[in-house]
Design a protein around this ligand. Structure first.
Ligand code: MBD
Ligand code: FE
Length: 305
């Protein structure tokens, strides 16, 4: 009977370690996850058809490139931010601008410019906006030469690179702040985002009875010498979903104020010759703890080491 066993014995065999090669942390976490899944299957008496439907869904999820979308919708991205916030608090770190999730739609390599940039191509419908401000340290001192990646959705709520109908790097720029830490850019106020219909993510969210909408937002990755790189987002006020974000990423203190009817004087270099909407927002970067956290990296690049 040495190859006949019950589920407990099977779990033991799956997770036991006969050799000390491999990675101990990966082993321990895998053991925990498999143990929890075995238990879930037994507790809910999951049928084979249900199990294989789920595996099929996972395969389609991976093939669709939506793994990083489902993590946001199931709260994992915000969870990681909450845990980092709590660790900062315990370490007594002066709090800068709150972090907010990167999301799955950042790409590196956006066109670079100094001090100011134009994100829109002038042909897009939508409300003309200039966002401007200063990148500062937690004492309020300007951070000369800070690096600001900014990206947001187009008028249909879609992001360039992931949407083949848009030009490369549309609505994505990397701005170097001037001597006084100042930045500014011209763009179009983005609408909210909705998960793609008829996709693996939409399938799950229908079954969960949840919507897949994000309120209108603009993403940032900001770094400066000696400061911890900040990944955050700002929200445009007035959105239906501002307090009901599919990705749980709205944060108090990151909802901007829109100043309508701003005067074009001084904004000629951005191609502005009439009243526009202005957002003023300064970002505060914490002190870096080590060289690693100061690096200007997206989450996947950071994970790759
Ligand atoms: C987005 O635009 C986004 O920012 C996140 C977090 C998830 C899906 C789409
Ligand atoms: Fe987004």
């Amino acid at each position: 009977m040495k190859n006949e066993f019950n589920s407990e014995e099977l779990l033991r065999r799956v997770t036991e370690t006969k050799v000390s090669t491999g990675n101990e942390r990966v082993r321990s976490i895998t053991k925990r996850v498999v143990t929890d899944l075995f238990k879930t299957i037994e507790d809910f008496q999951v049928k084979p058809e249900e199990f294989w439907a789920a595996v099929q869904w996972l395969s389609r999820l991976g093939a669709s490139g939506q793994a990083g979308l489902i993590t946001a919708g199931l709260g994992f991205d915000r969870l990681l931010d909450i845990l980092e916030d709590e660790a900062d608090k315990r370490a007594g770190m002066a709090s800068g601008t709150p972090r907010a999730i990167e999301g799955p739609l950042y790409i590196a390599g956006a066109p670079k410019s100094f001090y100011e940039a134009r994100l829109d191509n002038g042909k897009m419908p939508g409300q003309l906006v200039v966002m401007e401000g200063v990148i500062r340290d937690t004492d309020g001192n300007p951070l000369s030469g800070a690096l600001i990646d900014v990206w947001h959705a187009n008028e249909n709520g879609h992001y360039s690179h992931f949407d083949p109908s848009q030009e490369e790097y549309n609505l994505r720029r990397q701005i170097t702040a001037d001597q006084q830490g100042r930045y500014r850019f011209r763009s179009i106020l983005p609408p909210g985002y909705a998960i793609p219909p008829n996709s693996p993510t939409a399938e799950l969210f229908e079954l969960l009875g949840r919507h897949g909408n994000r309120p209108a937002h603009i993403h940032f990755l900001i770094s400066a010498a000696g400061r911890r790189a900040l990944t955050t987002q700002v929200n445009i006020p007035g959105d239906t979903y501002i307090d009901d974000d599919f990705a749980f990423a709205t944060r108090d203190g990151l909802v901007v104020t829109l100043e309508t009817g701003a005067s074009p004087a001084g904004y000629e270099s951005l191609g502005i010759d009439g009243p526009f909407t202005r957002i003023r927002f300064d970002f505060k970067l914490q002190e870096a703890v080590n060289g690693e956290d100061a690096k200007h990296l997206g989450r996947y690049e950071r994970a790759a080491g």
